[in-house]
Design a protein around this ligand. Structure first.
Ligand code: CA
Length: 520
């Protein structure tokens, strides 16, 4: 071979190998708002049927120990975007501002060659940064005829927010994105957030069914501290006849509930469908003259049915997105994650809402599909947190994970090439005094135990043995049998606070900021 041919071949070999870049996967990050893992049928609770969400787990992985760091809407989203705890990213409660100027994983992916979009609910004020296209609900948004802010312009769209968010996402996938780039889509549903206003086609779903409440629905909070006793999130006690149970007038006092004000958003046709569905059910309730426990169980049923109905529309949307990937040959190279911004009480302890570090709101559903790396039917039992999404996405995209990100990539956990992982998670909650009156607290959870400290207008510790007491009915903090465990958990808590940079001084600072905001 003469010299010039050798050089020519070398150039060809170098050119082909030097330009062979690993194909970056597309990412669809689906998040809904307040979707309890108990209401994803893949988790086996038999409440409802979510075949499309389940499909993600069937063809990929289900996470049995997915948790949040702070169980409330806007702070959870800030943690998800930044990969940092609330006390580091600054968005500790729904009241404090979120600083969009700080780094987030969408900005990094955009810089790394991705086409990025955010559609639906983000619940963080200010112009989203890191997205080539964004169309978001202002604040909580509306279920019917919602307003969107789309790349700065305000538009109102007739219809129900769940299918509209799906249509907008599909429209971006089909028509708006640069087809030559890998894409990141944050497809974020408002549902099933309170007050659970169902899409018209599901207004009568579950009408023929009666749900049994959880076994601790009539919890009297004995064996727990003041925080559990003094909350204001009981379905039978704090739910409103209008806003929550959809009555135009209070069935006992006859007073106007102001629910007609909410229905006034609806078109004449939508309103007629609503009244046709609810009036006979509400009249039947009035004729039954229920009281005591029967009344409480009726309220539970009204709540859980409306809640689950809104989830049915979410599941339909997930199906449409998966179908789009299938029919465009994108399923193989697209990571699909389904999760919620936190868990929710579906009658456990008699409650709805979230906020507490108790299991139902600490946990969140996580299901993930990526056929290239994740085996069908994988189960993940490690302690994963919403803190871990940002570094995981960067890892898959081949982008360096910044050192100050506090979460960890779970890529090697989910593809099962690595098993070493954290043995405890850290939690903080700040929004008190506020609606639902869940006291300020922080805590640590290991695989088996949970230690929590409630503070501010109280100084109480609670500890649970989750193996013996998975429903957390019995605080063992003062039980001498657990003295060694207590000591170990206190040590673990202190280590985690140091590791993540949290402290009593920071709590004091957040408290002062909060109190001055709510005073104004
Ligand atoms: Ca939420």
């Amino acid at each position: 071979m003469n010299k010039s041919i050798r050089i020519y071949l070398l150039i060809i070999i170098c050119f082909s190998s030097c330009t062979t870049k690993v194909e970056q996967p597309n990412i669809i990050f689906i998040m809904s708002d307040d979707h309890a893992f108990q209401a994803v049928s893949a988790y086996g609770h038999n409440l409802n049927n979510t075949p499309n969400i389940d499909r993600i787990a069937k063809e990929g992985a289900i996470f049995n120990k997915g948790f949040v760091t702070n169980s409330i809407c806007a702070p959870s989203r800030a943690v998800m975007l930044t990969g940092k705890h609330s006390f580091i990213n600054g968005k500790v409660d729904n009241i404090q501002p979120y600083n969009w100027n700080q780094p987030n994983f969408a900005k990094s992916l955009q810089k790394g060659g991705y086409e990025t979009a955010l559609v639906g609910k983000i619940h963080l004020r200010g112009e989203p940064q890191g997205f080539d296209f964004w169309s978001v609900l202002p604040g909580q948004g509306h279920y019917y005829n919602p307003v969107f802010i789309e790349n700065g312009d305000t538009i109102q769209i007739e219809g129900h927010v769940t299918p509209i968010t799906t249509e907008k996402s599909l429209d971006w996938l089909k028509n708006k994105r640069d087809q030559n780039k890998p894409f990141l889509l944050l497809y974020h549903q408002k549902a099933p957030h309170r007050n659970w206003m169902t899409e018209e086609k599901y207004l009568t779903l579950f009408d023929d069914k009666t749900f049994d409440p959880p076994s601790n629905f009539f919890d009297n909070y004995e064996g727990r501290g003041r925080a559990a006793k003094e909350q204001e999130m009981k379905i039978d006690g704090h739910g409103y006849w209008g806003h929550d149970f959809k009555f135009l007038s209070d069935p006992f006092t006859g007073e106007n509930t102001n629910f007609d004000r909410q229905l006034s958003r609806l078109t004449e046709e939508q309103r007629t469908k609503w009244l046709d569905a609810y009036t006979p059910k509400n009249n039947l309730f009035r004729s039954m003259n229920l009281e005591g426990k029967e009344l409480a169980v009726w309220k539970f049923n009204r709540y859980i049915k409306d809640y689950l109905r809104t989830i049915q529309s979410i599941d339909d949307g997930v199906g449409e997105i998966l179908d789009y990937l299938d029919s465009n040959n994108l399923s193989e190279n697209t990571i699909v994650i389904y999760t919620s911004d936190q868990g929710f009480y579906l009658g456990e302890h008699g409650w709805y809402d979230k906020r507490f570090m108790y299991e139902e709101s600490l946990r969140t559903p996580i299901l993930m599909r990526y056929p290239k790396e994740i085996m069908r039917g994988t189960e993940i039992n490690q302690l994963i947190q919403n803190l871990d999404f940002a570094p995981t996405f960067l890892d898959y995209a081949g982008i360096k994970i910044p050192k100050d990100i506090q979460g960890k990539s779970f890529r090697k956990i989910v593809n099962q090439t690595h098993s070493e992982w954290r043995d405890a998670i850290y939690y903080t909650y700040y929004e008190y005094p506020s609606v639902h009156m869940v006291k300020r607290h922080y805590g640590v959870r290991t695989d088996r135990y949970k230690l929590m400290h409630f503070y501010y207008d109280i100084d109480e510790w609670e500890m649970y043995d989750l193996e013996k007491d998975p429903s957390e009915m019995n605080n063992v903090y003062g039980d001498p049998k657990y003295d060694n465990i207590k000591e170990m958990m206190h040590r673990r808590l202190q280590e985690m606070r140091e590791q993540y940079g949290d402290s009593d001084d920071l709590n004091e600072m957040h408290l002062e900021r909060y109190l001055s905001k709510i005073k104004n």
